[in-house]
Design a protein around this ligand. Sequence first.
Ligand code: 5GP
Ligand code: MN
Length: 341
Amino acid sequence: MNTIDTKKVEELLSTPQKIAIIPHKNPDGDAIGSTLGLYHYLKLKGHEPIVVSPNDFPHFLKWLPEEDTIIKYDTNPKEGIKVIEEASLIFTLDFNDFSRVDVLKPFLEKATADFIMIDHHQSPSDFAVVTYSDTSMSSTCEMVYHFIDALGDIELVNSAIANCLYTGIMTDTGSFRFPSTTNITHRVVADLIEKGADNAKIHTAVYDTNSLSRLHLLGCALKNLTVLEDLNTVYITLSKKELNEFNFQKGDTEGFVNYGLSLNGIKFAVIFIENTNSDEDFVKISLRSKGDFDVNLFARAHFNGGGHKNAAGGRSDLTLEETVSYFEKTVATHKSQLSHT
Ligand code: 5GP
Ligand code: MN
């Protein structure tokens, strides 16, 4: 599965296809970068691709080439359904199971098209005719680069594709610092710069376009940080009231959890964010770790979520306070894994 069945892919792409490309819900830099990067590539190959996202994405991605062509199901359901129903081929990128697309799930289940999955999360579901799954990869964007390369088309990578793929590799690797960043990742990134990725501009567009209210929200999050010293663990909370006070916008809390991990000696950091949207009445949880502590397993076991070993997400239907006290109890049961230095 961590190799690409190029014969099958070439067969599926041998004539012009109507193609739907699907990222996960609340798409991040990797989900939007990889779907749009693939979109540009498939267009160059003479296909009719379109990206359909379950919902909107953060403002700091709204400069990527042709991001305005992305259909957001939550605000444009008719068009989103039409694209999925009419597609002869569906790519699913940066997620491992239909549960990760939420509102789009029933339409993907009903779809008659063949699926191609490209993803780096653990335990991929078995719905695609081609499953390119590799958990050792830094990002789905890096995989899309290898996918294009495997099809013999690396020379087709233009600046639009390069800018999209660079963005997702950069965001998913925490700017090339997480352990998933390999020598090959750096070679890919070097080639993308050669092919037109404007690295300095991308860093500025993604990281240096804060609003003042976001920085104040970060200040609030850092004030709320609690250290569980004997567990080398920290957690942050943000209540609905606090989010509203600082004019929360989608994407504003991206990366906050990493501040917890930057504390000396900390191995496990979690942020609990109460949803401001009334039809999503649950606490969203992001979990990060350093070293061997597996937050994917922790999120699966305790918070109905998943992800990777060092970065995972989950949810809780309890109140914020109840969620935190449940967390404090459960994390204590992992003391043997967390307490040693
Ligand atoms: P984040 O904390 O940035 O939302 O997510 C971190 C990682 O965990 C990402 O790779 C994301 O795809 C994954 N993830 C986030 N939320 C969930 C969830 O509810 N379920 C699963 N299976 N994975 C999640
Ligand atoms: Mn990813």
